[in-house]
Write a protein that binds this ligand. Structure first.
Ligand SMILES: Cc1cc2nc3c(=O)[nH]c(=O)nc-3n(C[C@H](O)[C@H](O)[C@H](O)COP(=O)(O)O)c2cc1C
Length: 163
């Protein structure tokens, strides 16, 4: 399994978190990529992307993610088969727009055919959770779930009991 933490930031928190996640996942090599210089054409269906993205302005994407989003929207690639997990950084003080930046990206990935895996992770800057601890726990859960593959129960055909 190849893992890339793909971050979109404005003031650096997402970059710090993407690097902390990469340091914490030891069984697999994790590359860290900055959305501000990442070409959507390089998205690879053999990679699991751990996307870490904040919100700025009025629930908008951070400056470091907007050009990536625009290119993705313009190129409109078919992302069927691509797997990603999403971790949004935000602040509940922004009552109406909490964590919405990452949600713009999540919607576009899904619209283009990619599949989100694991829980949608979030960090609230007004809360008491440490962003690194929270995101590392999230990333380990996502990677563990992904490595385990689909639940065997989900693949088991339903038995029909005739009495
Ligand atoms: C000017 C400004 C606007 C923000 N707007 C929002 C917002 O609309 N919604 C939200 O959830 N967080 C908002 N935030 C909080 C940031 O998303 C949060 O501080 C995050 O940790 C920043 O991560 P970054 O350094 O990777 O950009 C805003 C922060 C600033 C400074």
């Amino acid at each position: 399994m190849t893992i890339v933490t793909l971050y979109g930031t404005e003031s650096g928190n997402c970059e710090m978190i993407a690097e902390d996640i990469a340091d914490a996942i030891r069984d697999v090599e994790v590359q860290v990529e900055d959305m501000s210089v990442f070409d959507p054409a390089d998205l690879d269906a053999d990679v699991l992307y751990l996307v870490v993205c904040s919100s700025h302005g009025d629930g908008d994407l951070p400056a470091g993610a907007q050009p990536f989003f625009d290119r993705l929207e313009q190129q409109h690639p078919d992302l069927t088969g691509l797997r990603y997990a999403m971790f949004g950084l935000g602040d509940r003080a922004y009552i109406d727009t909490y964590s919405q930046g990452s949600e713009h990206l999540d919607r576009l990935f899904t619209e283009l055919g990619a599949t989100r895996v694991g829980e949608y992770g979030r960090h609230d800057a007004s809360g008491f959770d440490d962003p690194s601890d929270l995101s590392i726990a999230w990333a380990k859960a996502v990677v563990g779930e992904h490595a385990a593959g689909p639940s065997p129960l989900a693949a088991t055909p339903t038995a029909v009991v005739v009495s």
